[in-house]
Design a protein around this ligand. Structure first.
Ligand code: CS2
Length: 493
């Protein structure tokens, strides 16, 4: 028997359930990017808000569009868009049924319908989680007109990218003299609201619609947000665990997440769900410092653990951080290098570091290195190079960032030789692999050619030559010596 609205009453009492009848929900939000993160984050907070608001809350159902996984939309529809969230506490698992989605659609099938749904006056908010690569940005955070998907979208009637879909829907709203929805980017992108606004304006301008671009800039709200919850890819255990906790009901789309939840949202004018009913949600006047701390300390250190950990045979974040040497290097990197320009008192930075390390250790969260490591070229500038540049300018050492970049290059070198044991996914993979192939065994040339890619790293780092030498030296060590031995040396343990 499957989980659905009819069988919801059979779910055991110990499982958290929506405090409303999901059949009564009406859509007020359109979401782009119905992945695990969305389902464990915004959908969960929206469910809490709906439950807290009684009758009015029922206007905040979500139409969620998956950009890449038509089969997920089918699976969710088969269970009336209900699914199980398995919260992996270090001491056990808690199950909750999430019923905030009124509909799941595949963006690829229904693009025209999607822009109409966004333009529908009932839609007051559009949220997005399409990952940093889904915005097609240059290193300077402008829309990249040379990205093939953007080139296609500019020529197409029916757009497929998030900036294209939003620009098209906003054009419809403007034509109809409607009120635009508030657009809430929930991806790990620096100044994510402002950046998305610029990308959508760039899209409109590239289409020759300068008046539309101006209207978007002056009329549409794009608050910045900071989102935080570690949500891994689903594992084979998830459906079994869900069946057990649901008293035998089958769920074909369960997800796992850590207990931690944070959603910091900038100034927002207009109707919205009472998201602050979910612990960890806050509305603030400036998201900047939260965003910087999170992107650099959490996401940046995740990258180090993923790239360097995988080379040492440590395939998940928890394995990597529990390794004595790498765990020590990572904690030092997080606290000493990645706090650059994070304007918070030392005590808060200490306790945030401690919390993060505990979260990373959670054995119930299987956060694979290849997953965290994907799309590094789109993550490098904000998460790593921004603090690194500032540290070098201030004369502070950057051993962690140097190790991270060397490890990342090593992934492509191994991949090029078909010796990388995990999968590598990156929009610039071909070029980067090619660099390693044409400079095989020449570590300095590899380091030089990588750093010369300004669309990834931005303008040359201060003291450029010294950075190249440092990266090349570590690249050689990672190539010639057993990686655990290199880490032991670097950790000073
Ligand atoms: C990770 C994030 O894959 C990655 O880039 O660092 O998905 C991370 O788990 C989340 O941002 C946590 O909030």
């Amino acid at each position: 028997m499957r989980l659905n609205r009819e069988t919801l009453s059979r779910v055991p009492g110990a499982v958290y359930k929506p405090r409303f009848d999901p059949a009564l929900l009406k859509p007020g939000i359109v979401h782009l990017g119905c992945g695990n993160f969305h389902r464990a984050h915004q959908a969960t907070a929206t469910q809490a808000a709906i439950g807290a608001e009684g009758q009015d809350g029922l206007n905040w159902g979500i139409v969620s569009a998956t950009m890449r996984h038509p089969e997920l939309a089918i699976r969710l529809r088969e269970q009336d868009n209900l699914y199980t969230l398995l919260t992996r506490e270090p001491g056990g698992t808690v199950a909750s049924i999430i019923g905030a989605l009124t509909e799941t659609v595949f963006a690829g099938d229904e693009h025209a319908a999607l822009t109409e749904r966004i333009a529908d006056p009932q839609t007051r908010i559009v949220t997005l989680t399409v990952t940093a690569t889904g915005y097609y940005l240059t290193a300077a955070d402008r829309l990249d007109p040379a990205a093939p998907a953007i080139r296609d979208d500019l020529a197409a009637d029916i757009p497929r990218t998030a900036p294209g879909i939003l620009a098209t829907a906003l054009a419809l709203i403007r034509k109809r003299r409607g009120t635009p929805p508030v657009i809430l980017c929930c991806d790990n992108v620096s100044h994510n609201g402002q950046t998305l606004r610029q990308a959508v304006m760039d899209f409109a301008a590239l289409r020759g619609a300068d008046a539309l671009a101006g209207w978007i800039g002056s009329t549409v709200q794009f608050p910045d947000t900071m989102v935080d919850r570690i949500v891994p890819v689903s594992t084979a255990d998830d459906p079994d665990d869900a069946r057990l906790l649901l008293g035998g009901l089958e769920d074909q789309a369960p997800i796992s997440a850590e207990p931690w939840f944070q959603w910091i949202i900038g100034p927002f004018d207009g109707p919205r769900p009472r998201w602050e009913a979910h612990p960890g949600t806050r509305f603030v006047s400036d998201v900047g410092v939260f965003e910087r701390a999170k992107l650099q300390m959490l996401n940046g250190t995740h990258m180090l653990l993923a790239y360097t950990g995988a080379l040492a045979g440590l395939g998940t974040i928890s394995e990597a951080v529990c390794d004595l040497a790498l765990g020590h290097i990572a904690a030092r990197f997080m606290r000493d290098e990645q706090t650059a320009d994070v304007d918070l008192p030392a005590k808060i930075l200490d306790s945030y570091t401690q919390d993060l390390i505990v979260r990373f250790r959670n054995p119930g969260i299987v956060h694979e290195a290849d997953r965290v490591g994907r799309n590094g070229s789109a993550k490098m500038a904000t998460r790593i190079i921004r603090p690194m540049r500032s540290n070098i300018e201030a004369g502070r050492p950057v051993p962690g960032a140097t190790l991270l970049i060397a490890s990342w290059i090593r992934w492509f070198a191994l991949h090029e030789q078909e010796a990388l044991e995990i999968s590598l996914s990156d929009p610039r993979a071909d070029t980067l692999r090619q660099i390693c192939a044409s400079a095989r065994n020449d570590h300095r040339a590899q380091a030089e050619a990588f750093l010369a890619m300004e669309d990834i790293f931005g303008p040359p780092l201060p003291d450029h030559d010294r950075q190249v030498t440092g990266i090349a030296r570590l690249l050689r060590a990672l190539t010639e010596k057993p990686v655990p031995a290199v880490l032991r040396e670097l950790s000073d343990l």
